[in-house]
Write a protein that binds this ligand. Structure first.
Ligand SMILES: [Zn+2]
Length: 372
């Protein structure tokens, strides 16, 4: 049993130190973690494409997922992808969406889809599906996405590195770089930065729009090509793959024994968005989309993944789109066209409260090699 607990101050503030304690009967560890809560963002400007087509996207997502999860090309996930505990079929699922079932590991508390499309089907989907990259390859929002999404992430990650080592990282490798927004943000801050991406449309967009190439390779097998980088980042990546531990392990090996940092951003189970989607499970297009997010992390499961990959957690950041999720689901359920217009200016204030209460649907951990 992996047991995590935390000591937090009563005072509500967006930046604070917490103590996290790990106990699995063999190992006991204690981490002083620098925690950031919230991230300002103009979400409606960013999600232009999604808002314009929300109803159509619900239908397309529901149909494609329902078809895929009823197909013959499926694989049972027999072990927890994080701690390898056997999946217990007697424990009922915690969420059903489009005929897919999320289960929760009783040991590390990781949430995962119990029966998933085969690795070949998943690889084919991400390598060729332009629809999936559409919101990231929308030229109208590319600059806003660099400024409002990628740049704050780059600044946060660099700041965590700076606090640890008293200098900026020399180089950054972004794994699952999408259309290159984060790499571009790091470059604009003067760092050497590169990315790995298997999606052809993502790589093409990056080359055309930002003017540089992303590497196309299997990072878990070819990580040695990148062993000179001192910061490795995974933004919204490891929840998509059947073996998230292999991704983190490769990142950990790159920074082993040097002043390095591994940063991973994932969807978070214990969030307000999860509660909203529990009530509107027939119109899910993000967060608990069982094709995109075959893994959904808890603080416990991501922290366990870091410990098991010899990474000491130094920082955590919580933020999300929970308020946006509520407003869009209400707008879909009550389509009078006024809900988004009426409520959109309130979304940032709602989200701020949600983040301060740590009910955010996204989290980022940063960890340094425990060998240091
Ligand atoms: Zn587990």
């Amino acid at each position: 049993m992996k047991q995590w607990s935390r000591i937090i101050p009563f005072k509500s503030q967006n930046s604070r130190m917490e103590t996290w304690i790990y106990d699995d009967s063999d190992i006991k560890k204690r981490y002083e973690v620098d925690v950031t809560l919230g991230k300002p963002i103009d979400i409606t400007a960013l999600k232009l494409n999604e808002l314009e087509n929300f109803h159509a996207q619900v239908v397309a997502t529901r149909d494609s997922r329902t078809n895929l999860f009823q197909s013959v090309n499926m694989r049972e996930v027999t072990l927890c992808p994080i701690c390898q505990r056997k999946t217990d079929k007697n424990i009922p699922p915690i969420f059903e969406v489009y005929t897919a079932h999320y289960v929760q590991c009783p040991s590390c508390l990781h949430c995962y889809v119990a029966t998933v499309p085969s690795d070949e089907s998943l690889h084919r989907f991400y390598a060729s599906n332009k629809e999936y990259q559409k919101i990231y390859t929308d030229k109208r929002t590319a600059d806003i996405r660099v400024q409002q999404v990628a740049l704050p992430k780059a600044e946060w990650a660099i700041h965590q590195y700076y606090k640890l080592y008293g200098k900026k990282p020399h180089s950054v490798l972004d794994v699952g770089a999408g259309s290159g927004h984060f790499v571009q943000a790091c470059r604009s801050l003067g760092l050497k930065a590169d990315g790995v991406e298997i999606s052809e449309s993502g790589r093409e967009f990056c080359k055309t729009y930002f003017g540089f190439e992303l590497a196309n390779c299997d990072f878990t097998r070819e990580w040695q090509r990148f062993k000179d980088y001192d910061m490795v980042t995974f933004w919204a990546v490891i929840e998509h793959v059947s073996n998230p531990m292999a991704m983190l392990a490769a990142g950990s090996k790159i920074v082993f024994g040097k002043e390095g940092l591994v940063v991973a951003d994932v969807p978070r189970w214990d969030s307000f968005s999860t509660a909203v989607q529990n009530q509107f499970s027939n119109s899910v297009i993000r967060h608990l989309d069982p094709l995109g997010h075959i893994n959904c992390f808890t603080d416990s499961s991501l922290a366990t993944a870091y410990v098991l990959n010899n990474l000491d957690i130094v920082s955590a950041w919580y933020f999300g789109m929970d308020a946006y999720e509520l407003v869009t689901q209400l707008s879909h359920a009550l389509p009078d066209g006024k809900i988004i217009e009426t409520l959109k200016s309130s979304i940032p204030a709602f989200q701020k409260s949600i983040d301060l209460a740590i009910l955010s649907d996204e989290m980022v951990f940063a960890g340094k090699p425990s060998s240091l």
